[in-house]
Design a binder for this molecule. Sequence first.
Ligand code: 5GP
Length: 140
Amino acid sequence: MNPYTIFADIVAGRAPSSKVYEDDDVVAFMDIRPMTPGHLLVVPKVAARSLAELDPVVGGKLFQVGQRLAAAMRASEVGCDGVNFFLADGVTAGQEVFHVHLHVIPRTPGDGFGLRGRPASPRREDLDYLAASIRGALGN
Ligand code: 5GP
């Protein structure tokens, strides 16, 4: 599969972006089609297509930088009073750009952004069954 994504060009400086942060591991820039004004993307410099391909240390860095950006957003003229993190891993999860990225989405009352879903009310034994299955898959 073609590993190219536009984010590789942005990381390399070959494509334009409105950058807010950069260090050795990650870069953060404005989303070109923001869900709300100020919507940022935090992107690892290594071109991992999925969470499974991403070094967990770099994954942790995405969250750390996301935390700093969330605080900066709240203090900036973005003027939000809430923040959502969102990460789509896989087509079914809504991933469109196959270079891992963390969305940092500022929230204001009535901004129209939200997750659609149908929360269920499973029985405790069903929760326990899947918890055991996931624990098993975690291994050591
Ligand atoms: P995904 O659905 O993969 O989680 O989100 C991809 C995000 O990348 C979308 O929010 C989309 O607006 C953003 N995006 C796609 N192409 C570009 C681009 O060329 N520049 C910037 N800054 N964002 C992009």
